[in-house]
Every structure is written in structure tokens, then in C-alpha cells.
Design a protein around this ligand. Structure first.
Ligand SMILES: Cc1cc2nc3c(=O)[nH]c(=O)nc-3n(C[C@H](O)[C@H](O)[C@H](O)COP(=O)(O)OP(=O)(O)OC[C@H]3O[C@@H](n4cnc5c(N)ncnc54)[C@H](O)[C@@H]3O)c2cc1C
Length: 413
């Protein structure tokens, strides 16, 4: 029997994905109607998981005319996605100069260019579909820290520019003048955005429903078998469903068959201030994060809340402990005040969540080993939403029989 991240026997992994209350679940339009049973038992594609990954894949597949069924063991939009701080970045957790060192310039350039394109694609998609999810195009400010000092940050800016990705290096005096922040250097870049992740996920799922997709909640997939003619799924409540293709978008409860040494589940914390909190004007147009471990990151919402997160720990279960919420919130608030002079006061919402990362900072978007018709997407770190966009494009192309030229960058490792 497979073990889940906490060593328990499991056919499919199940985790406590969130503790506390993510702010986004208290905003309107984050609920999607769903059923428990379907009369039809065969679909072109079944997507397991109704988070942002499943929603984007469902949008892409229904756009190309597929009959889609979406299954989730929870209600739609109630996994990790509503815990996200939704800083939509092309910048990857691993610096580009480290990617160049580890995988070579050609591959690193291709990964980073694809990531920048995915952010723009998402902003355009939300606009084309008319989704109301607080999507705002932003710039990003990436500060030096214990991973990149000022010299390495200059190299990072140069590497990105050489790949055709805008990046302006600021030295310490320029950073202080322009942003009032005291660090040895920073990169200012474009191609970023922020959104309400729960509204965005719900909006995409509703678009897929309007094109005929069926969503079943409280429906846990417990087994699968690939047949010559398609894929059969068994659910905990005894349903047997078949499809030409299945896509597992199960987030941090990844499929045991996709378990790999390059992928870890960790714990992270985030909070939202009250609305209208005092902050510098420039912050409304920026995402801020640091080349540090653990890193602090922050941004604003349109109603003037500060969303800030960090304090990650390399443990899959520390996020389950409600007693840690206050302690971690205090540490995050102290760090933000020391860095930016912003005083959160008493946070309005504090939450913790499971979080994933891969050693190379890249997601895994691929067929499940020894399967032709079963795909899985996983390994989403700090820019997981951007990677979910790439996943939807790569998988829709594979199912349409027109493989994406970048697919090999994200192959199972
Ligand atoms: C605190 C936090 C902050 C983050 N900040 C950012 C950020 O600023 N920017 C960014 O880009 N990314 C960020 N991320 C990452 C991003 O949020 C994730 O990559 C993304 O939400 C994952 O979406 P998903 O759809 O893959 O997973 P989920 O939203 O978890 O959806 C997966 C679904 O699959 C279902 N499921 C699992 N197993 C089964 C099964 N066997 N049967 C049926 N259903 C099943 C689950 O119930 C769940 O609803 C953050 C994540 C966290 C936790």
C-alpha cells in the first residue's frame, strides 16, 4: 500500500490542506454549484480536482469542444487554491542563474520565457472571459537576501535580459530612493499580476459548466485502470466512470504513482490585514518578494489590504497545528514592519497550508508513468498558478494530438 506524506497507508493521498481562514473564502462568488451523481458514465475527459489547475484545464478542454467531467472529494474551490496569496509571477522560486548553471542556458531561457508568456496568457484569458476576480497586471520587486546578494542579483538581471525578459537592476541607493527599502539591491520586472484566486477558480469552473462540463463534489477517486479504449475510475461511493483521457489536478494530494524524490510537501503561513491599511502608494502596482529562505512576500488587494506570507518550514504537517497560527503571524508581521515599515496591527485573517516544491523549482506536467491516457500536474511552488496555466496548455495540446514544443521542459522526473 502506498504511504501518504505523513506515512499513512493510502490509495490516494489525503491531507489537511488548510488551517485557519483564508481571506478569499470570505469574499463573494467563490461557490460553484455541483452534483453528486451523473447520468452519463463516459466523457471525453475526466479532471480530478476542482482547484485552479483543474479549472484551467477544464476551461482549455471545453474550449476545444471536449465533454468534461470534474470530480472533487471536497466542494469546488475548497482545496489549496483559496489559500493562495495569488501573486501571479513569471519569476520562479529558483533564480534563473541557478537554472542556467543546472540545466544550461537554452533550457533555462525556454522555461523562463514560457513562464512570462503564461502570466500574460492568464491576464488575457481572464479579460477575454470577462471574469470578475480582481485581476491586476503588476510589476515585481525582487530583493537581495541570503540566496542572492547584490553581485548575484546583477548577474540574474543580466541573464534575464539576455533571454529577452525585462529586468532592471537597482543598487542600494536606487532602491532606497525609489522604494524606501533598505537592501543591497533588487530587480524590478514586468509580467506579473495578482488576483483573488478563489473568484478566479470559481469563474473558470462556471465558464466550463456553461460549455457543458459536469462537476461532482464529495466524490473521491480511489482507483483507476487504463484500458485499450480509455480510462476507468472508481470512486469511494461506488461509481465507475470512464473517459478517453483523465487528468489528475489533485494539487498537493498528488497521485502516489507520481511520487518522486524531486518533490516535497512543506508548510507555509499567510495573512490578510484589515482593508484600507496605510502603505506606500507604489505598492499597489507591485508584488514584493526576496531571494531568501524562508522568504517574505507581500502585495495589496484593491480594497487596501496587505496580503503577506512566508515562514515556510520543510515539514508536511506543521501547517496542521492551529496553535502555530498566532506565532507565525507575529513573525511575519515583525519581518514586514522591519523591512517595509508597514504595521499590520491585528491581522483580519491568518491561515496556514500545505505547500509543494520541487528541487529544480519546475512543475511536473506529464503522462503518469506507464500510462498513455492519464496525465498529472503537480509540483507547484511559489508561482503555482502560472504553472497551472502552462499545465492547461500542455495537456490540452497533448489531448488534441498536437504536442506542445515546451512539454519536455516539465516532464516527469
Ligand atoms: C499559502 C499559499 C500561498 C501561495 N501563494 C501563491 C502565490 O502567491 N502565487 C502562486 O502562483 N501560487 C501560490 N501558491 C501555490 C498555488 O496556490 C497552488 O499551486 C495552487 O493553488 C494549486 O492548485 P491545484 O488546483 O493544483 O490544487 P487544489 O486547489 O488543492 O485542488 C486540488 C483538488 O483536488 C482534490 N482531490 C485531491 N485528491 C483527490 C481524489 N483522490 N479524488 C477527488 N478529488 C481529489 C482536492 O480536494 C482539491 O480540491 C500558494 C499556495 C499556498 C498554499
Amino acid at each position: 500500500m502506498t504511504k501518504d506524506p505523513k506515512g499513512r497507508d493510502a490509495k490516494t493521498i489525503k491531507d489537511d490542506l488548510r488551517t485557519g481562514t483564508p481571506y478569499w473564502l470570505k469574499t463573494p462568488n467563490v461557490t460553484v454549484q455541483s452534483g453528486r451523481m451523473t447520468e452519463r458514465d463516459h466523457f471525453d475527459a475526466i479532471i480530478v480536482g476542482a482547484g485552479i489547475s483543474g479549472a484551467l484545464v477544464a476551461e482549455a478542454l471545453t474550449r476545444q469542444g471536449s465533454k468534461v467531467l470534474i470530480l472533487d472529494r471536497r466542494a469546488p474551490v475548497r482545496g489549496s487554491s483559496p489559500a493562495s496569496t495569488a501573486m501571479i509571477q513569471h519569476e520562479i522560486d529558483i533564480p534563473m542563474i541557478h537554472h542556467i548553471r543546472d540545466m544550461g542556458t537554452t533550457k533555462a531561457n525556454a522555461v523562463w520565457r514560457r513562464s512570462a508568456k503564461a502570466v500574460q496568457d492568464l491576464v488575457d484569458l481572464v479579460d477575454d472571459l470577462g471574469l470578475d476576480c480582481q485581476m491586476q497586471a503588476k510589476q515585481a520587486l525582487y530583493l537581495t537576501g541570503n540566496i542572492l546578494g547584490s553581485r548575484a542579483m546583477q548577474d540574474e538581471a543580466a541573464a534575464r535580459k539576455a533571454a529577452g525578459i525585462a529586468a532592471e537592476y537597482l543598487n542600494a541607493p536606487a532602491l532606497r530612493d525609489r522604494f524606501g527599502l533598505d537592501r543591497t539591491g533588487a530587480i524590478v520586472s514586468d509580467a506579473s499580476a495578482s488576483a483573488n484566486p478563489a473568484q478566479m477558480t470559481a469563474g473558470l469552473l462556471k465558464v466550463a459548466q456553461s460549455r457543458g462540463a459536469v462537476i461532482l463534489s464529495d466524490t473521491e477517486v480511489t482507483d483507476m485502470a487504463e484500458l485499450p479504449s480509455g480510462v476507468a475510475l472508481a470512486t469511494a461511493d461506488g461509481q465507475a466512470l470512464t473517459a478517453d483521457h483523465v487528468v489528475f489536478c489533485t494539487g498537493y494530494e498528488f497521485l502516489p504513482a507520481m511520487q518522486s524524490a524531486t518533490h516535497q510537501i512543506t508548510s507555509t503561513w499567510a495573512l490578510a490585514s484589515e482593508p484600507g491599511l496605510a502603505h506606500p502608494d507604489w505598492l499597489d502596482d507591485f508584488l514584493v518578494w526576496e531571494a531568501a529562505e524562508p522568504y517574505l512576500y507581500y502585495r495589496t488587494t484593491p480594497d487596501g489590504r496587505i496580503i503577506v506570507g512566508g515562514e515556510d518550514e520543510d515539514s508536511p504537517d506543521r501547517n496542521d497545528d492551529p496553535a502555530l497560527l498566532d506565532e507565525k503571524a507575529r513573525a511575519i508581521c515583525d519581518k514586514l514592519r522591519d523591512l517595509a515599515g508597514i504595521d499590520i496591527g491585528k491581522p483580519a485573517y491568518v491561515w496556514s497550508a500545505a505547500f509543494g516544491n520541487t528541487t529544480d523549482g519546475l512543475p511536473i506536467i506529464d503522462r503518469v508513468p506507464r500510462h498513455d491516457r492519464v496525465f498529472a500536474v503537480m509540483g507547484f511552488g511559489g508561482n503555482g498558478i502560472t504553472f497551472s496555466v502552462i499545465a492547461s496548455q500542455v495537456i490540452a495540446a497533448a489531448i488534441a494530438g498536437k504536442p506542445d514544443p515546451d512539454a519536455k521542459l516539465f516532464a516527469f522526473r
